[in-house]
Design a binder for this molecule. Sequence first.
Ligand code: NG1
Length: 511
Amino acid sequence: MTANGNGAGDMLGPGIELVAQQKLQPEAIIYSRLQKLGAFYREQFGAEPDFFVRVPGRVNIIGEHVDYCGYSVLPMAVTQSIVLAVGSNPTKHQLQLRNVDQAHFQNFDCDLKNLRLVIIDPTNNCTQTNYIFDTSSVELPLPGGPAWYKYFMCGVRGIEEKLGKKFSPIGMRIAVDGNVPLAAGLSSSSAMVSSSVLATAHVQGMQLDRKELASISAQCEQYIGTHSGGMDQAIAYLGREGCAHHIEFHPKLNGTPVTLPSGKCFVVANSLAQKNKAASSDYNERVVECRLATRWLARHKNLSNWQDIIRFIDLEEACGMDNETFENLIKEKLTKWVYTRADICQEWGITEQELETKFLTANTQHMQEFKLRQRALHVIQESGRVAKFRKICEQLAQRGSVEDVKQLGQLMRQSHESLRELYECSHPDVERLIAISEKQNVSARVTGAGWGGCIVAMCDSQEAAAAYIKALKRDYYAQLPPHLLERHQPNDFNEVVFATLPGNGAELFVQ
Ligand code: NG1
């Protein structure tokens, strides 16, 4: 299967970095996994795949729930990833998806030519959920969130939208293998969507510019129904071995490598409390509260277009505020701990129906109360912590001081406290992990969306990380209820608690 030359046709220029095509060599770390996937592909389709795609999950070191407000974040790609084996399909236009985990992910087939991807509520202003679905197949009943293949279809749709009339419904046969823990805050969903974008873009012969692919992936993942920012897709493409990335979204997507303090070791620990964002409204509720708070403040600032300003960063820019001025504005103008529908309707002179149709999203229509002050304070303070974290890392790369390192730990702790208290997105099991970390004198915080999932912790050395992991296994994992213990074999929790190093972003291999 080759490029058919009908690509997006963007000119290459400064700052454009492509996903280069690499020859799959036996030395590659991913080699044996891809070999196995290739064997599964042959078993399923009786043919060789044409190429492989690898897209990593990520751990966010600091900067949580700020990307959809336009603020920067500091994640790194992890070694866990989604890998695809991709080949052409002799049955023209047919897309066939097979997951190696056949017990949990059912096969999915559809005709790309006759496929109608119906997207309800792309503007997020109507009362329906905007899950993506197709008319040529039956919905798979999957409690707890959209069926897995829909994440893949988001990516196909993203490329279809990008190419418009140039999109050709080329059939694809795809085998999928993922080892990013699901619903754990390590961005398994974005790895899936982004891998689909990359595979489809390659099949369509597009120029594979990393930033462009990241933007397409972020945009099309919204069809799943969560109004997320672009952190996960950005690091999935921009990640680089050995460094974290300071990812900025405004005025445009940009990633700056950040060297983490030498000797420090980052550990990820999964609470095993799963949270599928697309199956609940919690995430979108926070997005809505941030948007309402932005408009509330914009109106107080007498901005005539206050209704159209939905990201804190745009308000900050419109008013020429710095972080501190912004925080003071929040404290001065958002004085209540809880705003009711009536409070907002009265302030803006609107009806409840207008509030629902103009300002709430599909799955937040039920909201009665809004914690505007708390959410706004978290976002503004967290964005300040990201800036400080990056600055300290840069200072440490020049001339380190113990005080600087301590500050990094404090920033992580403050971030967690804010997520627990102001953003209310922790979970009792996450809190138990944090308490154990405190006892071990390790700075840790919940990573990703929260409400369960993983924590990320910073240890002083490899040895300290080993001791910390041992303590977590003893005090947390070994205490789990028997049904969870069975799944993870006592004394061996290496898949759920591990030290991690920054890895590369998306890759494309040919045989
Ligand atoms: P998770 O749930 O950890 O993949 C989500 C969002 C991010 C970001 C974080 C919170 C998606 C795909 N990702 O990440 O954009 O907002 O929450 O910082 O929804």
